[in-house]
Design a protein around this ligand. Structure first.
Ligand code: ZN
Length: 64
């Protein structure tokens, strides 16, 4: 019997995220797969220091 692992491999790249606290676009690490993008947890906004866990990804700097 063969078990197939279909785990999407998440990659991390620098991108722009929208900080909801100071409403500025700041640089952050973005984790992405072909299916989704999300902010890597545990980062802080470089402007206001708020957690970026709830920030919205605007774009990836190295979008393929
Ligand atoms: Zn901020």
């Amino acid at each position: 019997m063969e078990i197939q692992m279909k785990m999407p491999v998440a990659k991390v790249a620098a991108g722009k995220v929208h900080c909801p606290m100071c409403t500025h676009s700041v640089t952050g690490n973005v984790e992405y797969t072909p299916r989704y993008m999300k902010v890597v947890p545990g980062q802080k906004c470089e402007r206001c220091g708020a957690s970026l866990d709830v920030a919205v990804v605007l774009y990836l700097r190295n979008a393929a």
